[in-house]
Design a protein around this ligand. Structure first.
Ligand code: SAM
Length: 196
């Protein structure tokens, strides 16, 4: 049974800078083609209006735009129309601020960040996914932009500038090393699944 769409506009972003490396330094990660494909399919499935891929590297933006062109205007999209539909919501921009601007500016957007750890930043945490799902159904006019990181996670400066953190997705063990692709699908399912 299809879920009802969220009342508030929902968009996601996959950030490649500023993110952390293994040493905890702020770096720029490379765009991974499978991330773009997988997150666009999840975003389209759960009713997000936009999927922003952010990278400050112009050559990477050009590469992603070229790939998108094959799928949205070229033969690949003819061969797999469902993938064309998913990749059609992808927007390639330089920074997270560009994504926020595309959604109407900082006053028109509530930014929620994600991480595998609960100490990955200082923005207040929305306590449960039930609470977050309810907020998406509220009459708050602002769009919600859910931000995913790469490499070893979002830089603290980016998290600090966000409005809220979402709780980490956790299993019954101490092992917690989800890919961003898996984490995005789980999080969107929890955010869009209505509180019954
Ligand atoms: N140690 C990093 C962290 O704490 O975010 C893991 C980075 S993971 C390879 C890349 C991204 O996937 C994270 O920035 C986050 O957006 C998402 N992610 C990974 N595991 C997650 C989890 N358990 N809960 C929520 N988001 C997760």
């Amino acid at each position: 049974m299809a879920l009802a769409p969220t009342r508030r506009r929902l968009a996601i972003a996959l950030v490649h800078h500023p993110v952390l490396d293994k040493a905890g330094d702020v770096v720029t990660s490379a765009v991974t083609n499978i991330d773009v494909h997988d997150l666009s399919r999840s975003a389209r499935t759960f009713g997000a209006t936009d999927f922003f891929v952010t990278t400050p590297i112009e050559a990477q933006r050009t590469l992603v735009d070229t790939i998108l062109g094959h799928w949205t205007r070229g033969s690949s999209g003819e061969r797999i129309p469902s993938r064309r539909d998913a990749l059609g919501i992808v927007r390639v921009v330089s920074t997270l601020d560009d994504a926020i601007a595309a959604l109407g500016g900082r006053e028109a957007v509530e930014v929620w960040t994600t991480a595998a750890r609960s100490d990955a930043g200082t923005a207040p945490m929305i306590p449960t996914y039930g609470e977050a799902a309810a907020r998406l159904q509220s009459d708050d006019p602002r769009a919600v932009l859910v931000v995913f990181g790469t490499s070893w996670g979002l830089a603290p400066s980016l998290v600090a500038a966000s409005d809220h953190r979402l709780p980490p997705i956790e299993g019954p063990t101490a092992y917690n090393h989800l890919s961003v692709r898996a984490a995005c699908a789980i999080i969107l399912d929890r955010l869009v699944r209505l509180v019954r």
